[in-house]
Ligand binder design. Structure first.
Ligand code: ATR
Length: 287
């Protein structure tokens, strides 16, 4: 119920029409009894002065915080009063949290927190593990910095365009000089150590392209101890089907979506979301 005291939460980006975030946050508000309401607003790529005016405007309206999505995830960074270390390393924020003392918003990357929490929910910790990431775009960048910050034993970044993987590996090395991070071509994915954890971060296998997987080599799947695909539409990508065929425990990116939202809501409201509430949101999201 929206009343005279309800605080605004929002999503800014373009496109936003198909976003699940209002469903996540308005359900969390209902379940936790927090007096907040979440709406999505289409905001195209803007000039810096427009973004700073937007932030000033929502701050003056009392907004507790908001999410940003494409194309604003990096563009918002210069306008923040503070930024979380991991979000800064990744170079992208998706959650902005009101900081009263500083008169503005602090940026976080709850996509990466969502990935960490969902892996943990599946009993997977990256510390001292061999990790292989497929892809070298934005999602892989977040996963690479997560793996480095968690103290992975080794990180291999496999990408169709090797140069992009090399650039990402170099960028991780700058912040984590002792991290064993290397770039490899997709064709060498089968050469990973036994027990590796794979995180599929390319767009291959997404709805419309369901028959494809960035790697199909059986030797690769046989070596995995866990396979994660950040795609959740379709629910089972070819990549996950191949992992299952090789009896590898695996999960799609649904939980990452759920947990990134819960982490953002917890930052905004200070309210810890219970496991029961998380389950209700999961059911509504993926009904
Ligand atoms: P995101 O920000 O979601 O990670 P992105 O930056 O566009 O998206 O990155 C997409 C990733 O999917 C890249 O690693 C891309 O590989 P390239 O760097 O070689 O382009 C990968 N990708 C897209 N289509 C692919 C395909 N058909 N085969 C292999 N990799 C592909």
């Amino acid at each position: 119920m929206i009343t005279g005291t309800t605080k605004l939460l929002a999503l800014f980006g373009d496109p936003v029409e198909k976003t699940k975030s209002p469903l996540i946050h308005n359900t969390l508000a209902e379940l936790s009894g927090q007096d907040v309401s979440y709406m999505a607003f289409r905001v195209e790529k803007k000039e810096p002065e427009d973004l700073s005016a937007l932030l000033r405007g929502v701050y003056n309206m009392g907004a507790l915080g908001f999410n940003v999505t494409v194309p604003l995830k990096s563009l918002m960074i210069p306008h923040l009063v503070d930024i979380d270390v991991l979000a800064k390393q990744i170079g992208a924020v998706n959650t902005l949290v009101r900081v009263e003392e500083k008169g503005g918003y602090k940026g976080y990357n709850t996509d990466v927190i969502g990935l960490k929490r969902d892996l943990l929910a599946h009993g997977v910790a990256l510390r001292e593990k061999d990790v292989i990431l497929l892809g070298a775009g934005g999602a892989s960048r977040a996963a690479a910095f997560l793996a480095a910050s968690e103290g992975a034993k080794s990180i291999r970044i496999a990408n169709r365009t090797l140069q992009k993987a090399q650039e990402l590996a170099e960028s991780v090395r700058q912040d984590y000089p002792d991290c064993d991070v290397t770039a490899i071509p997709l064709s060498e994915a089968g050469l990973i150590p036994d027990g590796s954890i794979a995180i599929q971060c390319t767009s291959v296998g997404f709805i419309g392209n369901e028959e494809a997987s960035p790697v199909t080599d059986e030797a690769f799947f046989r070596k995995l101890s866990f396979a994660y695909d950040i795609i959740y539409h379709p629910e089972e990508t070819r990549f996950l089907a191949l992992a299952k065929e090789a009896n590898v425990p695996c999960a799609n990116g649904m939980g990452m979506l759920l947990w990134q939202g819960i982490a953002a809501f917890e930052y905004w409201t200070g309210e810890e979301i219970t496991a029961e509430a998380a389950e209700v949101v999961r059911k509504r999201l993926f009904a």
